[in-house]
Design a protein around this ligand. Structure first.
Ligand SMILES: Nc1ncnc2c1ncn2[C@@H]1O[C@H](COP(=O)(O)OP(=O)(O)OP(=O)(O)O)[C@@H](O)[C@H]1O
Ligand SMILES: [Mg+2]
Length: 362
């Protein structure tokens, strides 16, 4: 499945743009402020109903206009579907598939799954654990039907326990009314996450080999009990501390995915360019894992990917994207050959973006 056409009107600085996209690699080339990221944002809006830059849709509507419209045709050898979204300045949103109003977001995600690699992708390696937990959870929401319900059950018990710890803590751990739910749901979450990270790690290893990376990288989920008994033991050990601070200190909400490079914690040693490369390999491994489970390859959106990476790493990364067989839509301010390499130029579709207008290289 790939995005065959994209029609954008009144979106940011773009008055009107029509693109016939390649199922392979597409480059949006232009100067700063030309409208390249805006085009990726329009694709994101089509697939997910929102921008990746702002939660305020009104900012997306071109100044002086009343409504934006994004349309796209997704195609595979077996079928094609027309997706459309419009947003008006008065707050009216419309979403259509093949002309029919469809509000179920999951249908858009099925028809146009996306993997976005934005300039801040390196934060996945460099930031605190929350971003990595979220990343793993996002994958699990897609592949495990009951994950969301379990995660919600856990969250609710966590909140209720915090209120209880504040007001009426008992001296006796066995009288704590929330630990049974926390241990059961927590152990389920932990073992799902653990299995997902094991599978993801295998995909990342393969990706790094294909990218001929000059370092090894290992991902491991750690930090909470994998069985109910283990989770209960941890909660019991933390009971006094939990009462003192009226919060639960142990469990999957505090866990992390440990990323090690050549055996050392990545956060402590990698450069910004390496962090970007590692995070991108993880994101590609993640796409490969989701594709293996759901059968759908995502469309990969790369914003300003070349920045911070040297030429040989950029080229190898694009070679890997090519071998994954995903459609790629990437922005660059640079010459196209500097991003994808001369040998790939023939098979890359290049669009020039200038002051909100788009033309295709002939
Ligand atoms: N609602 C809007 N209406 C009109 N123009 C807008 C609106 N919102 C943003 N812009 C302008 O649209 C332009 C497109 O910005 P965009 O981020 O897409 O540029 P870009 O090509 O990605 O540049 P860079 O290479 O710097 O990342 C900017 O000049 C911005 O000021
Ligand atoms: Mg940009």
């Amino acid at each position: 499945m790939y995005l065959a056409t994209l029609n954008v009107s009144h979106f940011r600085n773009i008055a009107l743009a029509d693109l016939a996209l390649s199922p392979g690699i597409n480059l949006l080339v232009g100067e700063n402020g030309a409208g390249k990221t805006a085009l990726l944002e329009a694709i994101h809006l089509l697939a997910r109903g929102r921008s990746f830059r702002t939660p305020q849709t009104r900012q997306l509507i071109r100044h002086g206009e009343k409504e934006l419209l994004v349309r796209g045709e997704v195609a595979s050898s077996a079928m094609s579907h027309k997706l459309a979204r419009s947003k008006s300045s008065t707050g009216v949103n419309e979403a259509r598939i093949d002309g029919q109003s469809v509000n179920r977001q999951s249908r858009y995600a099925e028809l146009l799954p996306l993997q976005t690699l934005l300039p801040g992708i390196g934060d996945l390696v460099l930031d605190g654990p929350a971003i990595r937990r979220e990343f793993v959870d996002w994958g699990l929401f897609h592949v495990e039907q009951s994950y969301l319900a379990t995660a919600q059950r856990f969250r609710k018990a966590l909140t209720q326990r915090a209120a209880w710890l504040k007001e009426s803590p008992t001296e006796d751990f066995s009288m704590d009314p929330w630990v049974a739910t926390l241990a059961a749901a927590g152990a389920e979450i932990s073992s799902w996450r653990h299995r997902f990270v094991v599978a993801l790690n295998a995909q990342v290893q393969q990706t790094l080999v294909r990218m001929r990376a000059d370092f090894s990288c290992d991902l491991r989920y750690h930090g909470s009990g994998f069985s109910e008994e283990e989770a209960l033991e941890q909660l019991a050990a933390s009971f006094e501390r939990d009462k003192r601070y009226a919060t639960t200190h142990v469990g999957p909400h505090r866990a992390d995915v440990d990323i090690r490079v050549d055996g050392i914690s990545a956060r402590a040693v990698v450069s910004r360019g390496q962090a970007k490369l590692i995070a991108s390999a993880i994101a590609l491994g993640y796409s490969a894992e989701l594709a293996a489970r759901s059968g759908a390859k995502p469309v990969v959106l790369l914003d300003d990917f070349g920045a911070e990476l040297d030429e040989s790493h950029r080229e190898r990364f694009f070679a890997e994207l090519r071998s994954l067989g995903c459609q790629v839509i990437a922005t660059t301010t640079d010459q196209p050959e500097h991003l994808v390499g001369l040998s790939s130029l023939d098979t890359t579709r290049v669009f020039h973006v200038e002051h909100g207008s788009v033309t295709q290289n002939s």
